[in-house]
Design a binder for this molecule. Sequence first.
Ligand SMILES: CCCCC/C=C\C/C=C\CCCCCCCC(=O)SCCNC(=O)CCNC(=O)[C@H](O)C(C)(C)COP(=O)(O)OP(=O)(O)OC[C@H]1O[C@@H](n2cnc3c(N)ncnc32)[C@H](O)[C@@H]1OP(=O)(O)O
Ligand SMILES: NC(=O)C1=CN([C@@H]2O[C@H](COP(=O)(O)OP(=O)(O)OC[C@H]3O[C@@H](n4cnc5c(N)ncnc54)[C@H](OP(=O)(O)O)[C@@H]3O)[C@@H](O)[C@H]2O)C=CC1
Length: 542
Amino acid sequence: MSTELSESQDLNGLEQATDGTSRLTDICSGTVGNSMASIAEYYAGKSVLITGATGFMGKVLVEKLLRSCPEVKALYILVRPKAGQSMQQRVSDMMKCKLFDRVREDNPDFYQKIIPISSELTQPGLAISPEDVEKLSACINIVFHCAATIRFDEPLKHALQLNVIATQQLLSLAHQMHHLEAFIHISTAYANCNRKHIDEVIYPPPVEPKKLIESLEWMDDGIVRDITPRLISDRPNTYTYTKALAEYVVQQEQHRLNIGIIRPSIVGASWQEPFPGWIDNFNGPSGVFIAAGKGILRTMRANNDAVADLIPVDVVINLTLAAGWYTAVHRLVNGKTPGSLSRCEWLILGREGGRNPLEQAFRRPNANITSNYLINQYWILVSHKFPALIYDLILRLTGQKPQMMRIFNRLHKAIGLLEYFSSQDWEWNSENMSMLMSQLTPEDRKTFNFDVRQLNWPEYIENYCIGTKKYVLNEDMSDIPAARQHLRKLRNIRYTFNTLLVVFIWRVFIARSQMARNIWYFVVSLCFKFLSYFRASSTLTN
Ligand SMILES: CCCCC/C=C\C/C=C\CCCCCCCC(=O)SCCNC(=O)CCNC(=O)[C@H](O)C(C)(C)COP(=O)(O)OP(=O)(O)OC[C@H]1O[C@@H](n2cnc3c(N)ncnc32)[C@H](O)[C@@H]1OP(=O)(O)O
Ligand SMILES: NC(=O)C1=CN([C@@H]2O[C@H](COP(=O)(O)OP(=O)(O)OC[C@H]3O[C@@H](n4cnc5c(N)ncnc54)[C@H](OP(=O)(O)O)[C@@H]3O)[C@@H](O)[C@H]2O)C=CC1
């Protein structure tokens, strides 16, 4: 408990601080009785509702529950039809995914436990049929709310609809559930990124969500777009803003439901489970590794000394399941995932991008990181825009459609949106997470491990890069020799290009003017003297 706050405790053990934040004290420091079941025992016979099960984290959650809690009764997943695919088709495709190979091996009939419920979260009542509402009300014991829009450029109205209003509606549904034991909400460690130090508390919302929802209702999209920067104020995007509002909305239910909030930082590929390096998207670091590995991203603004608060997805899911188990018995765990234990510099991450080369790289992977805006702009010009222009010129001359400049414009937009997070760092408290770890049995600590102090970061990043190659880009590992050969070709092209450039500069600028020649000879002789001096001094020291 922070000493500078004067706090008064309410009936649920939640403390209301005078600054409007809410935190836990005795609940989280209390010990769990020995009689409490292990995590797998707790989930045995339980019916679980999951939103966002088709997403990156949702899939890992479904897989882990089925594999490590084999006695779980049923997983109800809210799914919408999408991109011309019915709900059923989407779920059956999802279950064919490589991620489920281990579960499939253990129990080929695992899919029978998955019960899809048609739902569009942006619709009134989440568009769940009355029959399904009745079914869910009668049987659900635990809710995991993962669904969200995680786009940084989402229009405010849509982000509010999905991240806040849908959360409210899900909470209303949760109230109707007769046997609900825990409601776990997945937030983000960056919901309060406008603060430098973030405690395990729910901070007062930037605006009362109800008032915002009411005001945006009558505004057209243009007006909302115009006022968005004023509304989000010192937050970088609508994502972090609406996730902060959602936390507040969830917290409002603390007296009536057993609520748990998880705040993962930057979620990356799996560390160990179900196998190392599993990843299925371009978000955050994955996109950076891919763009760097393809030789497209050559410069990025980031703080080299900052902590890359990266956390493997399997660690987040293990923590989430442990939080579900704990919350069902106690009232609230508000934990940031333990990424801050994992100090790992941006530079280490960047360098790894070049191993296990990706196919058909545009240039040799060599991404540099600088915290200086002007230096970054210089490298963008020299290493991004100039090669893109030349490449597009070649495409035009050969009768093809230019495309490189368009790719770079998209890259710059994406990198620009990440810059806020890559150029600063934050301090988080994660005491509740340590407390939770201390409550696990030795067996659970192994099965639901979320202690990243055991993680070997270089090895993890290498597996991460391999994962992006295999599972995001669908490239074959057997093509690596060809990819290396391609990189050698690119190196030779670069040497040839540089030589031609020097000859060109010599012919056009230096050979034609006496003064330029004198300067050139002066610079060359200076370099020569320096070289001789260093050679002589190194001979002396030897
Ligand atoms: C040099 C090494 C440096 C090492 C530093 C390492 C890491 C630092 C980097 C990041 C720090 C991240 C901090 C995140 C903190 C917050 C964590 C969270 O809480 S939530 C999760 C984070 N959310 C995101 O990351 C989402 C960000 N993405 C977006 O907002 C949008 O995708 C976008 C960037 C605005 C781009 O939008 P756009 O409409 O232009 O594209 P789409 O997303 O619709 O994609 C279209 C199409 O392109 C594919 N795609 C997307 N990104 C890439 C990419 N980088 N490279 C190649 N292709 C990409 C995408 O899959 C779509 O394909 P398809 O149409 O076939 O589906
Ligand atoms: N990834 C990360 O780095 C981090 C993520 N988080 C949080 O974790 C949670 C999960 O993130 P992640 O798995 O990466 O996100 P994804 O984008 O991979 O998944 C989002 C999920 O939400 C579902 N969804 C979105 N819109 C709707 C809708 N209108 N109706 C029904 N379902 C919808 C998606 O379904 P569909 O497949 O139909 O689109 C999908 O299943 C989010 O709450 C996010 O804020 C927190 C910190 C970091």
